[in-house]
Write a protein of this length. Structure first.
Ligand code: SF4
Length: 218
């Protein structure tokens, strides 16, 4: 692939979706818990479950000493609530045991790979969740690869079509400059949701059709 294509793709997506300056989505522990809640469900359901957790206990600090059954009930909107409640409780208890609090700001000064390694040492935290915490809470240049980023990147030929999401993360981080990863992530999600749909991509309406090897005509 010519080196100019990632820049051309970003330019076209910037023009289509506008600037996306980084905005913090909250404390790292909040993003961590909300991202665990979001696994295998919609953003709407996971956000409701997170709000319900806070409204029931007042704070994540209070969830540390809460009973598993009460946590499970509070997050029932998110689905898989038994597994998720056990994971959330375990991670919060461990954070307090190891750090004395739920403050994860030490990740800010760690090398990116070490910060990822620490986060993925928690049960239920994979590369995508770890990258979400680092990117959305701290503005670290991690690139989460969700289903939209994965699909659109493959169709655009930015990554090999057989590459797994975890492989895609490393490959895309090689390709996309650190300062552009936040925008790239948001642009590809928006593009995947609105134009490059999983089943019937709207190639005829796509600003990337001239750059896309998977563009269908007609
Ligand atoms: S041209 Fe089609 S396949 Fe390629 S990015 Fe656009 S919508 Fe997706």
């Amino acid at each position: 692939m010519p080196d100019s294509r990632p820049g051309e793709i970003m330019g076209a997506l910037d023009a289509e979706y506008g600037p996306r300056p980084w905005e913090s989505r909250g404390r790292a522990v909040d993003v961590l818990v909300e991202t665990v809640l979001s696994q295998n469900t919609s953003d709407v359901n996971s956000h409701r479950a997170f709000e319900s957790l806070l409204s029931r206990f007042g704070s994540l600090e209070a969830v540390v000493s809460a009973g598993a059954a009460d946590i499970e009930e509070a997050i029932s909107n998110a689905g898989l609530s038994r597994i998720k409640s056990a994971r959330i409780k375990e991670m919060l208890v461990r954070l307090v045991r190891e750090n004395g609090s739920l403050d994860l700001s030490s990740l800010n000064t760690m090398e990116l790979g070490a910060a990822r390694e620490y986060l993925t040492s928690f049960s239920g935290v994979g590369q995508k969740t770890a990258s979400c915490v680092l990117l959305f809470a701290m503005g670290r240049p991690a690139l989460p690869v969700d289903t939209h980023v994965h699909r659109v990147s493959r169709r655009l030929g930015l990554i090999d079509s057989r590459m797994t999401a975890e492989g895609a993360q490393a490959a895309l981080e090689e390709l996309v400059a650190p300062s552009e990863r936040y925008r790239f992530h948001l642009h590809l999600i928006e593009h995947g949701r609105t134009v490059c749909h999983s089943r019937r991509p709207r190639c005829g309406d796509c600003v990337l059709s001239g750059l896309c090897p998977a563009a269908s005509v007609g």
